[in-house]
Ligand binder design. Structure first.
Ligand code: ACO
Length: 280
């Protein structure tokens, strides 16, 4: 690893290729998200956004869990009588998951290696791609704790799955394995546990072979239009397209057309654009 930093609840490692691995690191508590974890994640993601060595962000968990959701002891019970502590933790969570991760210009992958419950769905949904181990376990267990899926869990879950499934899984708290998570729209793909890291690295490399600026604009566009009507989306996408042409330092659009139309050496319909390393 080229860079490594260990926080109290999170481990951050950047390899020589450009993948930054963020590992929720409380395996003894199944990576439940404590107030400290939220504050650390806010600092980490803020820093990675402008870290030139980070091309792709991968979120995973130490041990057999991705994250068992909010820490029922430290996040809920211990802050019931500490409104300042609760506000700090909730705001840090909102900032790192809903703002920094969702709107990061860097591609993000959730590599789900085990349990993913409740509050963990917000950061899961914030990632662009979710690769789950087939034996991972997802669930909205809030109903078992006498609470609703708050902190935007109901919103992000309802945006990923159908209305019927949102009601069903929120009301029963039933668990979902990796394959079923793909079927429901929670995960992008599922693979056997022993292939999880290999598949994640392969997808990260695929992303790193593309123009970072084009990827950033693409993910922003897909996310932004979700809340728009057709006319708004049309106008927004027109403006966003022009903005990309002006902002792209690699002029990927012009290069792609030249290579396809003039030089006849590029057929993206047959093979995704692979940039020579020297041009990255
Ligand atoms: N909050 C706080 N502590 C937790 C959490 C959590 N969400 N999940 C696990 N832990 C702790 C346990 O209390 C236990 O601590 P201890 O060793 O001090 O007793 C430790 O992690 C290990 O947990 P076990 O239950 O012993 O581990 P096991 O592997 O058998 O089960 C599982 C793991 C399935 C994740 C189980 O711990 C569980 O059901 N956790 C609750 C998951 C949940 O409902 N999350 C949603 C919370 S609500 C929300 O996010 C909004």
């Amino acid at each position: 690893m080229a860079k490594k930093k260990e926080y109290t609840c999170v481990l951050v490692e950047t390899d020589g290729e450009g993948i930054t691995w963020i590992t929720f690191n409380r395996p003894e508590k199944r990576n439940a998200m404590s107030p400290t974890l939220h504050v650390e994640m806010e600092e980490i993601l803020f820093g990675l956004e402008t870290d030139e060595d980070t091309k792709v962000i991968v979120l995973t968990g130490a041990g057999n869990s991705w994250s068992a959701g909010m820490d029922l002891k430290q996040y809920f019970r211990e802050t019931d009588k500490d409104p300042v502590g609760r506000f700090r933790a909730a705001t840090a969570h909102r900032r790192w998951a809903t703002e920094l991760l969702t709107w990061s210009r860097k591609p993000s992958i959730a590599m789900v290696n085990g349990y993913c419950y409740g509050g963990a769905f917000v950061s899961l949904a914030a990632c662009d791609i979710v690769i789950a181990a087939e034996n991972a376990t997802f669930g909205l267990s809030e109903v078992n704790w006498g609470i609703i899926p708050g902190g935007n869990v109901s919103k992000v879950f309802g945006d990923m799955v159908s209305y019927r499934n949102a009601l069903f899984y929120a009301m029963t708290g039933r668990t979902i394995d990796g394959r079923k998570a793909v079927e429901l729209g929670i995960a992008t793909l599922s693979v056997p546990a022993e292939k999880l890291r290999e598949e994640t690295v392969a997808i990260a490399r695929e992303l790193m072979a593309k123009s970072p600026m084009v990827l950033a604009y693409t993910k922003q566009a897909i996310r932004a239009v979700r809340g728009m009507d057709m006319d708004q989306a049309y106008e927004y996408l027109g403006a966003k397209s022009m903005a990309l042409r002006a902002a792209d330092p690699e002029q990927t659009r012009a290069r792609g057309m030249r290579e396809f139309l003039d030089e006849k050496k590029f057929r993206p319909g047959l093979e995704p654009l692979k940039r020579p390393v020297s041009e990255k």
